[in-house]
Design a protein around this ligand. Structure first.
Ligand code: FES
Length: 155
């Protein structure tokens, strides 16, 4: 996936609010991600400089917390459950169909930034197995042939 250059002026506006403050790294990262949709790699040094930290410290926090992403995210997140109940009832075939239709592997984002595809362990709705969650919507008892119609809801 191509990572586009970020708008430095927007980054500077965010950093100006926090410059020199201590204990604000998480807030800064949340705001940067809110602005850009992810924490761009090229922002790490600027953030470190503004907060008087080492870039490795910033990088360490970004990579530690699952809430932060270092690559652009799609507008819709698809979570395919591969927990036991879903696996037994055909989740692998559903995931495979999604990979084919979207042209990405699990953990990747489509080039048009429309979808993130993720594989997860149990969405807590095993009675609907196999289950896919798109944003806040659940789709249960899925067959691979259902995938195309579901994706149309998000065009
Ligand atoms: S195993 Fe898929 S929802 Fe629980």
């Amino acid at each position: 996936m191509q990572v586009t250059a970020i708008d430095q002026s927007k980054l500077e506006q965010i950093l100006a609010k926090y410059e020199g403050q201590e204990g604000v790294l998480i807030s800064v990262l949340q705001e940067v991600q809110g602005e850009f949709g992810y924490v761009p790699r090229e922002a790490i040094k600027n953030i470190a400089d503004a907060l008087k930290l080492f870039p490795s410290q910033v990088y360490g926090v970004v990579t530690f917390y699952a809430q932060f992403y270092m690559t652009p995210r799609g507008r819709n997140t698809i979570k395919v459950c591969e927990g036991t109940a879903c696996h037994v009832l055909g989740a692998t075939a559903v995931l495979s169909e999604l990979k084919t239709k979207l042209g990405v592997a699990a953990g990747e984002t489509t080039d048009d930034l429309k979808f993130n595809l993720e594989s997860v362990r149990c969405l807590g709705t095993c009675f609907l197995a196999p289950v896919v969650m798109i944003n806040q919507d659940y789709y249960g008892k899925l067959q691979p042939r259902d995938v195309e119609d579901i994706l149309k809801h998000y065009d």
